[in-house]
Design a binder for this molecule. Structure first.
Ligand SMILES: Cc1cc2nc3c(=O)[nH]c(=O)nc-3n(C[C@H](O)[C@H](O)[C@H](O)COP(=O)(O)OP(=O)(O)OC[C@H]3O[C@@H](n4cnc5c(N)ncnc54)[C@H](O)[C@@H]3O)c2cc1C
Length: 406
């Protein structure tokens, strides 16, 4: 396999990690094809990584201490309580996470892609044609190229996945994440060491501090709820896609702002409602599952392979773990087929388990919320435990433990 060629479709978090895995796995020629021109747009939003998962990925050489992060220690779930500024806590739990900024995490991963890798920005793959000894990729500019193996790191609307398993598209959960960031980090409880979750009938909002990538911090929040059922919504919400800043309909933002004003404790309402409109956007929430992570000479990684709803806090962890597993399989197996089968056997079941747990969490935290205002710590603990039911000690929240292999 050492002389072989690998193309990675998509150059985001999973794509950069896949290029690193392919290089360490011994591929002779590696090309990354990323449709976005120049730098990927800095989404600026937060990514939470569980501390234990970070340590495993650091030991595996995919994350480094230099990547800017902000520590989180506890998660406090609060409900509005009249005019009490920060509301009433209904439950608290340990939250040993590291908060990253998507942009600086991507830039660090991009800088770890070995120099010999040909990273082509502005290269959109339009067709994926497998044959007996490899795969031909056709690009939007009319060119085509043949590779021994193609890794699909092209996110939830993957063209590689569609070539492998036609029709296994992203399934809309029925609700959205409204996300935003602001510079208003003054005066945060516990000096920003706590993640706050504001709860309300029909959803919740997670608020925490992230690095700004320049030595300071930003406030990051994501609110999950069903959009209003009305015909006036942006058509994208009926065939879900991300709505970037500036494309939110005034009707939808009006609905979300009213929801915050009515349901959030005053302190958190001011933080969210004070967020500049140009840093807010909407991401419909999906489930993606595949029968296998590999088929012939095609293989999937990150969100292209499976998407678990974000309540699990483990999508980036899963993408990076997928890469470590791919590296191990490429390094230790004799043929492409054996390597890709071994990768599928290891990562497929974990992807499915994460989707299932995240679906249960979405059910409990958005679709069928409890009467939060009647809850205290004991009721909260039972409610949380019920979502994690059926799992072993390693529930999968924040991502599953990485199998030791080094
Ligand atoms: C609301 C929300 C909150 C989240 N919070 C967390 C969190 O706290 N912790 C966490 O670990 N994860 C979180 N995640 C998940 C995390 O963002 C992703 O799982 C992770 O970034 C992996 O993404 P990816 O690289 O697989 O896909 P993407 O980032 O979607 O990248 C796919 C890339 O492929 C490119 N591409 C697509 N099609 C083509 C094509 N045809 N040709 C060429 N290029 C193409 C795209 O331009 C893009 O750059 C969250 C997700 C959401 C929606």
């Amino acid at each position: 396999m050492r002389a072989g060629s690998i193309a990675v479709v998509g150059g985001s978090i999973a794509g950069c990690a896949a290029a690193l895995a392919a290089a360490r796995g011994g591929a002779g020629r590696i090309v990354v094809l990323e449709r976005t021109g120049a730098q990927l747009r800095d989404r600026g939003v937060g990514i939470g990584l569980h501390g234990d998962r970070y340590e495993e990925l650091r030991a595996a050489g995919y994350l480094t201490p230099e990547m800017p992060w902000a520590p989180l220690s506890r998660r406090v779930w609060s409900v509005r309580d009249g005019e009490e500024p920060r509301g009433r806590p209904v439950g608290e739990q340990p939250f040993p996470f590291r908060a990253y900024n998507w942009g600086s995490l991507w830039r660090e991963l991009r800088s770890r892609v070995p120099e010999g890798v040909d990273y082509r920005a502005g290269a959109e793959v339009t067709e994926v044609e497998p044959d007996a000894d490899g795969v031909t990729l056709r690009l939007a500019d009319g060119s085509h190229e043949h590779f021994d193996v193609v890794i699909g790191a092209d996110g939830y609307r993957s063209v590689v996945r569609e070539a492998m398993f036609p029709g296994t598209g992203a399934a809309y959960s029925g609700y959205i994440g409204w996300r935003g960031t602001s510079s208003d980090v003054a005066d945060l409880p516990s000096d920003g060491d706590h993640a706050c979750t504001v709860v309300f009938p029909g959803g919740h909002c997670m608020i925490y501090r992230i690095p700004d990538g320049f030595g300071g911090h930003r406030l990051n929040w994501v609110l999950y709820t069903r959009p209003p059922r009305s015909d006036g919504l942006h058509p994208d919400l009926r065939t879900p896609a991300s709505l970037p800043p500036g494309r939110l309909s005034s009707q939808l933002t009006g609905h979300l702002r009213a929801l915050v004003a009515d349901n959030f404790p005053p302190y958190w309402a001011a933080k969210v409602l004070g967020t500049p409109a140009d840093t807010t956007f909407i991401q419909p929430i999906y489930d993606v599952e595949v029968p296998h992570y590999a088929s012939g000479r095609l293989v999937l990684i990150g969100d292209a392979a499976s998407v678990a709803r974000p309540h699990i806090g483990g999508g980036s962890v899963k993408a990076l773990q997928d890469a470590t597993a791919l590296e191990a399989a490429l390094s230790t197996r004799e043929s492409w087929e054996e390597a890709l089968e071994a990768y599928d056997a290891e990562r497929g079941p974990i992807g499915s388990a994460m989707v299932a747990l995240a679906r249960r969490m979405g059910g409990a935290q958005v679709e069928n919320t409890p009467d939060w205002s009647a809850m205290g710590q004991p009721e909260f603990d039972m409610w949380w435990q019920a979502q994690n039911e059926g799992s072993d000690g390693n529930s999968g929240f924040g991502g599953h433990a990485l199998k030791g292999r080094r």
